[in-house]
Design a protein around this ligand. Sequence first.
Ligand SMILES: C[S@@+](CC[C@H](N)C(=O)[O-])C[C@H]1O[C@@H](n2cnc3c(N)ncnc32)[C@H](O)[C@@H]1O
Length: 350
Amino acid sequence: MSETVGDQGQADLGGLAPDQAPNPDAQLQVDTSDDNDSALGLDTSSTTSASLTSSIQNYKYENGRRYHAYREGTYPLPNDEPEQDRQDLLHHIFRLILDGKLLRAPLRHAPQRVLDVGTGTGIWAMDFADEFPESIVIGTDLSPIQPTWVPPNCKFLIDDAESEWLYKPEEAFDYIHWRGLGGSIADWPKYYRQVWNSLPPGGWCEAQEYEAWLRSDDDTINMTGKSLLQWCELVDEASMKFGKKVNIAGLQKQHMIDAGFVDVREDMYKVPVGTWPKDPKLKEMGLFEREHMLAAVEPFTLALLTRVLGWSVESTQVLMANVRNEFRDKKNHVYSYFHFVYGRKPEAPT
Ligand SMILES: C[S@@+](CC[C@H](N)C(=O)[O-])C[C@H]1O[C@@H](n2cnc3c(N)ncnc32)[C@H](O)[C@@H]1O
């Protein structure tokens, strides 16, 4: 059996043919019953989500959260246990979206060498290594928060993706993946040049990003309060002032095209916040996404608003409490778009 990239007749590792991607404009149907959580059969009454050098581990503490030490101050989100739990919860949501798959790029066989940039807790890298034991998976991050016991074909390195990438030609990757890097990268064109230079001709890259922006098709976002959109605007403003925009999901496709990648595709999925959709799969996703968003409010807000916009901790706490209340309001039919953008380095240099 030939195993060529781009043969749409066969199932790829992403498992979904490109034409199986959803229509991103389709309106999600609302479950009009009073208790839209209970259809899940779950008790949802609780809203709780519940070779290193010392300089890398010399974490910084501020307003009750812990931040990275390597290249201190360059990334505004914390790296403590609640943040690690948030990342792992979001991993579950990403897998729910893709029906359990880890990628969308139409790879026909397991790539030999895989890079996961900004790997966080390393959960995607470890799952990939488990699923494809013939691949070597390398995860890089500013924070050494990955476990020690990992699959034998998975390795983690502390590295700043904004520094020059020093992989030798024989260390090139066949597939480079990143997820949730909003707020992490100042110079995206440079980042894409480094991705390009670290892939052989025919290699694939994939960005999996969620919009740091909330929407509703029935305008309930404006009827239940004003904090959600105010929050989106403030976080976006602060992140741009900081120099690392958070809301970058919608920009990845053009960056990828501008860098020279071909066969670039963008699949967008509406992910509800809350159990308001009628569709059972979306309802389950919305349950997890509501927990995730409740856990995401502080990490995305606290450092950016206090450090960059000069807000007091007290005013920031008030805003965050209002945002959480609006997330819990079941009348709010809010969602955000998750983008899966993937492209191939052409065989012949362009
Ligand atoms: C929101 S988390 C996403 C983690 C992981 N990709 C996931 O989806 O589970 C972003 C991660 O990127 C890392 N990061 C931020 N800036 C970075 C940089 N310049 N170089 C490497 N990692 C970076 C952070 O330390 C954090 O672990």
